[in-house]
Design a protein around this ligand. Structure first.
Ligand SMILES: O=C(O)CCC(=O)C1=CC=C[C@@H](O)[C@@H]1C(=O)O
Ligand SMILES: [Mg+2]
Length: 331
């Protein structure tokens, strides 16, 4: 943490647990839970995925505390170009899901979902290309392939003129290997590192080893705006800001991060508010024609009341905050 940690009891006393229903299942999630913290600077979001342990989740808590207690950095831009995100839906649902986004110029398509085939991925990407011939397309495999499958799948998918492929296989050396094999087969497709950045003890190792062409950076999973701005400044690769499937409160922090980066060469993955069926405010942070406004978000009391998941879930989150706070004190 690059600022003093507020007292644990103060954080808990100003926190609200919410559970948001999703429109479309995303990474297996249909109900997204978050603990929101109201602080002197505004609201922060702590929404580490439920299965994450205290070590990993503590970085998300640091980000939430930063958003609640520190001002956002000076913005260099007032709106952020964003991509639409298409979950790994069956081909017949592609049009219906993408219709929810207002005139997207860039679309990220999930591929390599467990239980699905490369043919299904190909059909999903082909349908997206058919419906949006002018859009920039990228895919995200979330480490779902092994190296030979990734090389074969990406060779076929590269026919659709992709901007890049995000984390086709696990690990840093895995990414480097896929990238090298594609290059030697003269397949011109950029590789982006996501999990190899946010789940690694050293987020800059990908860059140092030249294992990818791009780095995905996320405000919550990497510990907050200042930490991520430092990482981006040291990285020798282009960076792409993406969401952590946050409510509008977390999206506001991610947009503030994107607004403060000196260079923003790629659309950011911050249109995920569209995947939710409800949000913490009547004015959720949603994109218009592929641009997201940069602004703070204040949850509304009637939304906090409506989206409260009950005492048991609240107690679970409070315990989690205690565990993660203890980690932050140790680090
Ligand atoms: O980048 C985007 O378009 C949307 C965000 C997104 O894809 C993700 C959000 C949250 C969890 C991750 O599994 C996932 C990702 O892998 O980038
Ligand atoms: Mg990803």
């Amino acid at each position: 943490m690059n600022f003093p940690l507020p007292a644990l009891e103060e954080i808990l006393a100003h926190s609200h647990v919410v559970q948001l229903p999703m429109q479309v299942k995303f990474r297996g999630v249909t109900q997204r839970e978050a603990l929101l913290i109201e602080g002197p600077a505004g609201w922060g979001e702590f929404s580490a995925f439920l299965e994450y342990g205290p070590q990993e989740a503590s970085r998300w808590l640091a980000a939430a505390i930063e958003a609640a207690y520190q001002p956002f950095p000076q913005p260099l831009r007032t709106s952020i170009p964003v991509n639409a995100t298409l979950p790994a839906v069956p081909v017949g649902e592609v049009g219906r899901v993408l219709e929810r986004y207002d005139a997207p110029h860039t679309i990220k398509i999930k591929v390599a979902e467990q239980g699905q085939s490369v043919d299904e991925d190909l059909a999903r990407v082909a349908e997206t290309r058919r419906l949006y011939p002018q859009a920039a397309l990228r895919v995200d495999a979330n480490m779902g392939w092994d190296i030979p499958t990734a090389v074969a799948a990406l060779t076929r998918l590269s026919d659709f003129d992709l901007q890049y492929a995000e984390q086709p296989v696990p690990g840093i050396t895995g990414l480097a290997e896929v990238r090298a094999r594609l290059r030697s087969a003269r397949i011109d497709l950029k590789i982006a590192a996501d999990e190899a950045v946010r789940k690694h003890t050293d987020p800059l190792e990908v860059s140092r080893l030249g294992a990818a062409d791009l780095m995905i950076i996320k405000a919550q999973p990497l510990g907050g705006i200042q930490t991520v701005l430092d990482i981006a400044a040291q990285a020798e690769l282009d960076v792409v800001v993406s969401s952590a499937l946050d409510t509008s409160v977390g999206l506001a922090q991610a947009a503030a991060l994107a607004s403060a980066l000196p260079e923003l060469p790629y659309a950011c993955g911050l249109s995920t508010g569209t995947l939710f069926a409800d949000d913490v405010t009547d004015e959720p942070l949603l994109a218009t024609a592929g641009y997201l406004p940069v602004r703070r978000v204040k949850p509304q009391p009637h939304k906090l009341a409506k989206l409260h998941p009950g005492q048991e879930r609240e107690a679970w989150w409070h315990l989690r905050v205690r565990d993660c706070y203890a980690q932050l004190l140790e680090n």
